[in-house]
Design a protein. Structure first.
Length: 186
């Protein structure tokens, strides 16, 4: 089961469900048997290290869940400072870290040193993982939330990061039409 927290959590869960994975938006408690917990970074890094959400992330990790963070827009990183954000990312050490090129630039450190798998989203141009570029279909900008959900589903299913990125780019760009239709109708 995938668990998500933040403003994009409902869409993340819709995409994950459309791709065949059980997913739930975080309520108050951590459900049993979470395979991956996807969180917007500003929510978990923006507060104290003993905030309720941070404690849930730590608890999920102790139970064996992978931790996925979405850096989101660069403005919150700019406000709080790239070095402070980098320090907290290094302390948290997410398993998967998603960042736009703009957010990655605000962090000011190589994302690969901050997470086990760092994925930089490039809009219409796809993404990069481990320095390898995964190209999106020409002229189609993948849905970012759909991309993250599809990547997480593929990663939890055991695909290597570059393969997971390839599947995610296609799914989020409409390559998996049934998944896109289910998300739109939800």
């Amino acid at each position: 089961m995938l668990l998500a927290a933040g403003s994009s959590a409902p869409r993340f869960c819709q995409w994950a469900g459309a791709l065949g994975e059980r997913a739930s938006v975080l309520t108050d408690n951590l459900p049993a048997q979470v395979a991956l917990f996807h969180v917007e970074a500003r929510l978990v890094l923006g507060g104290a290290s003993d905030s309720p959400l941070r404690l849930l992330v730590d608890s999920a990790r102790r139970q064996g869940a992978l931790i996925s963070l979405d850096l989101g827009p660069p403005d919150w990183i700019r406000q709080r400072g790239g070095s402070r954000t980098t320090y907290q990312l290094a302390a948290l050490r997410p398993d998967v870290l998603f960042a736009s090129t703009e957010s990655a630039a605000e962090v000011g450190a190589p994302l690969e040193g901050l997470a086990s798998v760092a994925v930089t989203t490039l809009g219409e141009q796809g993404c990069t993982v481990y320095g390898r570029r995964v190209v999106a279909p020409v002229g189609i900008e993948p849905d970012v939330v759909g991309f993250m959900a599809a990547f997480c589903v593929a990663f939890v299913e055991g695909l290597a990061p570059v393969e997971a990125a390839g599947r995610a780019v296609l799914a989020a760009a409409g390559g998996l039409v049934s998944a896109e239709q289910e998300v739109e109708s939800a």
